[in-house]
Design a protein around this ligand. Structure first.
Ligand SMILES: C[S@@+](CC[C@H](N)C(=O)[O-])C[C@H]1O[C@@H](n2cnc3c(N)ncnc32)[C@H](O)[C@@H]1O
Length: 311
């Protein structure tokens, strides 16, 4: 049997905002979809507009991590996460994921990783990001109405419930436990060592391959259904300046949520971890990334890492 040769990947410059000077030309859907034999496409553009171009029932699953609210500056106009109010942030995400739902197959799923944060106590500045000072938000958004200084905002659950209200089936809250979490200098609460990955489905019945992600029992004598706490170390990616997915986290979502040769969507592609995992596991991927510099990182990562595969 001959080895599957991956086709050259394509990077498409796409619309940021219709009818504005920020408008990149596109040849419409044809230039955004995968061509015959293509495995990965990186679309440089704003997910709020780019997704509206795709047909219904296109993607088998979506695996993604949007920017967290008020946490990191991705240095580009139109970025999600820089909204002044929490309500605007949630509404932007609900609108984007409504388009994701439309473009998913009827048995498709969404795997959404999202992080939490604390109210600022009305400080307008943010402590430097110890990992990368340049990337911290230079301001803190105001405390949302009804919350107090030092409150944990509960963003993941606020977003999850808003998506449920919008029509998604909320099927699981997976706790991503990070054994190597960042130390915190706090003395009045435990150090945070987890984030959530929510599993949503478009319909009541959906594709979920539980066999593919079974885990060993405590005695390690047999396999059992995967539990909702996943202990996975965070991993940096050389070249990326922000939080990237650990490949193992993506692998579990991908194997449970998709079959080989189906198309996976990441509307916040970043350094391209989802695309890389798709190629390793013989899925196809379309990613959207607003910042052209990060799109280049993803593009270079996929082309360099997979050279031997024919890219
Ligand atoms: C948390 S990072 C994703 C990291 C990614 N999972 C990885 O493994 O590298 C979020 C990304 O969303 C991008 N982004 C922000 N607003 C966007 C928008 N409106 N449309 C598309 N991408 C956006 C940011 O530039 C950033 O690269």
């Amino acid at each position: 049997m001959s080895e599957k040769v991956l086709s050259p990947i394509t990077k498409v410059e796409f619309i940021k905002e219709p009818n504005s000077s920020n408008h990149y030309q596109t040849n419409g859907l044809d230039s955004l979809m995968l061509g015959r034999g293509e495995d990965f496409k990186c679309i440089v553009g704003d997910s709020r507009y780019a997704l509206t171009y795709f047909n219904d029932n296109t993607f088998q699953c979506c695996i993604t991590s949007p920017p967290y609210w008020g946490l990191r500056d991705y240095n580009i106009v139109g970025q999600i996460g820089a909204e002044d109010s929490l309500d605007e942030y949630i509404s932007d995400l609900v609108n984007i994921f409504r388009e994701v739902r439309r473009t998913l197959k009827s048995d498709g799923t969404l795997w959404l990783n999202i992080g939490d944060s604390y109210t600022s106590g009305n400080r307008t500045w943010r402590d430097t990001d110890k990992k990368n000072a340049a990337r911290a938000m230079s301001y803190r958004p105001p405390t949302p109405p009804g919350l107090k200084p030092k409150d944990l905002i509960g963003i993941p659950w606020r977003v999850a419930l808003a998506l449920q209200d919008d029509g998604w089936y909320l099927r699981a809250d997976i706790v991503w436990h990070k054994p190597n979490c960042q130390p915190e200098s706090v003395k009045d609460r435990p150090t945070r060592s987890h984030e959530y990955v929510f599993l949503f489905s478009k319909s009541e019945k959906y594709y979920y391959d539980h066999e593919a992600i079974k885990e060993p029992t405590k005695e390690k004598t047999k396999l059992r259904n995967r539990r909702t706490v996943w202990s996975i170390n965070t991993e940096g990616f050389n070249g990326a300046h922000f939080a990237v997915f650990p490949p193992e986290l993506v692998r579990l979502c991908l194997l449970a949520g998709s079959k080989p040769d189906t198309i996976v969507l990441d509307p916040f592609l970043g350094s391209g971890t989802v695309a890389q995992s798709c190629i390793e596991h013989k899925r196809k991927c379309i990613g959207v990334e607003l910042n052209p510099d990060y799109a280049d990182i993803a593009y270079d990562r996929i082309s360099t890492t997979n050279k031997g595969l024919g890219l």
